[in-house]
Design a protein around this ligand. Structure first.
Ligand code: GTP
Length: 468
């Protein structure tokens, strides 16, 4: 039985992506900005309609989707996202509340100072520590509204101050309280390599956050802003270089949100497989140390059939963390549509399996979600598709971050904004704690490298034998 998901959206990026995400879910479930549901389209309700029974105009009774996993529904039939919005400055949260009044105002946590975390992980983290009781109260209150909470999902950027620092603290708190009982998943946006100059300390923030993703999450989806920008140009034909950053973000955020929403498609529009988040993650994550997931998106093109779409999902152009020569540990493809052509799917899966370079110890097979299209979405595209995979593309991404970090750390550059006082002992203490994070990340890089060997699982088996 699938359980509910509580979303935590932190910082500018987290809330901007969160806003588009809730727009997307609202569209898929026919929910208006104020939380009022539209009438469920009749065609899809037929299977649930008793003979002679009248279809009401707005009701949940005849729905065969499951919005309640992501929304609470009031006695007056108003839908409210199970989401907590956190930021240290008000502008983005105000935008969220204005565009989607369906958000629960009591689930908003804003700093009274309203000045942001100044792109500094330590500021965000310290703020989180100071206000942890308030944050936990918000989480507890939202949990009380669940019958069978399944997982938490955090949407944030790893590079600023709030999404990274408060986000790290949230992961620690969730892990302390619910680790092993509820899944903790993150959708983590990584900074552009081409535009790092605007925030020189991004490598520090990223390393400190990555350590918490490794220690406290069960899975993390990696989205890379550079790859997102180029997919956005391709898919949405936006080659206008004079667009403002906000416009570019809005468009890339729509892509991220589309993928985020698709991940839970089989939960929200249940079929016969993958109807819980646990089943999705257990397909993708073979060991707790290999838990970084990447995604790709098929082009929105009506001329593609199931076979074409499955092959497009392997196209480097559409990967949200684009790296060539990747080895795959697991692959879960989603084809979302109605009356899917099973023969084309089988052909596409066989062809794709032959093209993918799997690590030697896996079964070399691609798993498939037959997703259902929302009856509220009336686009021309008959089909849509995403791919979630666990692969080695995180190795160059993490290595690059480590190299950028090393350049700063070697000279203790800008360390003064992360220390309590500027004396030598304090600087050494802080640098040691940073280096510890660095080592944890390096060990994950090593894990992803060693998983490419035939002997990857043998070692573990050997150790188990030795123990016995
Ligand atoms: P402070 O601003 O320090 O309070 O922290 P914050 O978490 O609010 O910062 P922010 O979310 O702006 O994080 C900065 C990083 O996120 C940079 O790498 C930005 O390029 C990226 N970023 C910011 N907003 C967005 C967005 O809407 N979409 C995407 N894709 N990236 C964003």
């Amino acid at each position: 039985m699938p359980g509910e998901t509580i979303t935590l959206q932190a910082g500018q990026c987290g809330n901007q992506v969160g806003l588009q995400y809730w727009h997307q879910l609202a569209q898929e479930h026919g929910i208006q900005p104020d939380g009022t549901p539209l009438a469920y389209p009749i065609d899809n309700s037929l299977t649930y309609q008793q003979e002679g029974e009248e279809l009401p105009s707005t009701t949940t009774k005849f729905r065969d989707d499951r919005p309640e996993l992501f929304y609470t529904i009031s006695d007056t039939n108003k839908y409210t996202p199970r989401s907590i919005l956190i930021d240290l400055e008000p502008s983005v949260i105000n935008k969220c509340a204005n565009q989607l009044p369906m958000f629960n105002p009591r689930n908003i946590h804003l700093s009274e100072q309203g000045s942001g975390a100044a792109n500094n992980w330590k500021n965000g983290y310290s703020y989180g520590v100071e206000y942890q009781e308030d944050l936990l109260n918000l989480i507890d209150r939202e949990m009380d509204k669940c019958d069978n909470l399944s997982n938490f999902q955090l949407i944030h950027s790893v590079a600023g101050g709030t999404g990274s620092g408060v986000g790290s603290l949230l992961l620690e708190l969730l892990h302390d309280r619910f680790g092993n009982k509820k899944l903790i998943n993150t959708f983590s946006i990584f900074p552009s390599n081409e535009k790092t100059s605007d925030v020189v300390v991004q490598p520090y923030n990223t390393v400190l956050t990555l350590k918490r993703l490794i220690d406290f999450s069960d899975s993390s989806f990696i989205f890379h802003n550079d790859s997102l920008n180029s997919i956005e140009n391709l898919l949405l034909n936006n080659y206008n270089n004079s667009r403002k950053t906000d416009e570019v973000f809005e468009s890339t955020n729509k892509l991220i949100s589309y993928v985020l929403a698709s991940v839970s498609n089989p939960l929200r529009f249940p079929g016969y497989m993958y109807s819980s988040i646990e089943s999705i993650f257990s397909t993708l994550i073979p060991t707790p140390n290999l838990k970084f997931l990447t995604t790709s998106i098929a082009p929105f093109n009506n001329s593609l059939n199931e076979y074409d779409m499955l092959l497009e999902l392997l196209n480097d152009k559409y990967k949200m963390n684009r790296v060539e020569q990747t080895k795959y540990i697991s692959v879960l493809n989603y084809i979302i549509g109605q009356n899917l052509d099973q023969q084309e799917i089988r052909k596409g899966i066989i062809k794709s399996q032959n093209r993918i370079d799997f690590v030697p110890w896996t079964s070399n097979s691609i798993q498939l979600v037959h997703g259902k299209k929302s009856p509220f979405i009336k686009t021309n595209s008959k089909l849509s598709g995403i791919q979630i995979s666990n692969n080695t593309s995180i190795v160059p991404v993490f290595n690059k971050i480590l190299r950028q970090y090393d350049l700063l750390a070697k000279r203790e550059a800008y360390l003064n904004s992360y220390v309590e006082s500027n004396d030598r002992v304090e600087r050494a203490r802080v640098l040691d704690s940073f280096n510890e994070c660095r080592e944890t990340i390096a060990s994950v890089v090593d894990e992803y490298k060693s998983c490419q060997l035939d002997s990857y699982l043998d070692d573990d088996i050997l150790q188990e034998d030795e123990i016995m």
